[in-house]
Write a new protein. Structure first.
Lengths: 112, 113
């Protein structure tokens, strides 16, 4: 059974700093998604990573996927307050092709 | 372009009551999903559908039923509400299953008392 773990679960950081959120998963998969959720809101798709070594960047966020290590990272560069949100990774379960398995989420707070 | 629309946004149910959460999408997506999100947790898949007339169970289907009579609509039915079903429910759709990104509705916050 596919398990997805994120760390840290809570992260408080200052504006201008860099940090990385980690997403580990337990069984083979080659597709991974990152989502953002603002408090009380729905999920917004950030990145789709479809192969080993995939790297995607949008503004201050960069995501990467290492399928051999079963690890994805979401790197935040020079954080700004607007990036405060909860970030989820979701991994495709190859045993059930239509299923995304979500991590617990990382609640990110960026302080001025 | 409305995307994925869920109704209602909020609902309070008494134990044992029934209700249907509505979900409709206007993107002509084949795949639709129902998830629940408990406080401080990730999303868990309840049911999904790969097309009209086809549905299948996800991780946590007990206490729920679904139907998919049209491409656009995917209602979720709670027959006998229990406090354990207090959660936020999200409907989502995608064009080609997990090969394409899923678009989520705004969520329904359900409280069972």
């Amino acid at each position: 059974e596919l398990k997805v773990e994120q760390n840290p679960l809570f992260l408080s950081m200052q504006e201008g700093k860099n940090y990385t959120i980690y997403c580990n998963y337990s069984t083979t998969s080659d597709r991974l998604y990152w989502y953002r959720q603002d408090p009380g809101k729905s999920l917004e798709s950030l990145f789709v990573l479809l192969s080993n070594g995939a790297v995607k960047q949008e503004g201050r966020l960069m995501a990467s996927l290492d399928t051999k290590a079963r690890l994805s990272t979401l790197h935040i560069t020079a954080a700004v307050h607007d990036l405060s949100a909860t970030y989820f990774c979701a991994v495709v379960s190859i045993q059930g092709a239509q299923k995304l398995v979500f991590g617990q989420g990382t609640r990110l707070t960026i302080n001025p | 372009n409305a995307g994925v629309t869920q109704t209602p946004k909020f609902r309070i149910l008494k134990i044992g009551q029934s209700m249907t959460l509505q979900c409709t999408q206007d993107m002509n997506h084949n795949y639709m999903y129902w998830y629940r999100q408990d406080p401080g947790m990730g999303l868990k898949l309840i049911y999904y559908s790969v097309g009209a007339g086809i549905t299948d169970k996800g991780e946590v289907p007990n206490g729920y039923n679904v139907s998919r009579s049209t491409t656009e609509d995917f209602p979720l039915r709670l027959e006998l509400a229990a406090p354990s079903q207090t959660s936020v429910y999200f409907c989502a759709s995608s064009f080609q299953g997990t090969n394409t990104e899923a678009f989520f509705g705004q969520g329904t916050r359900l409280t069972v008392v």
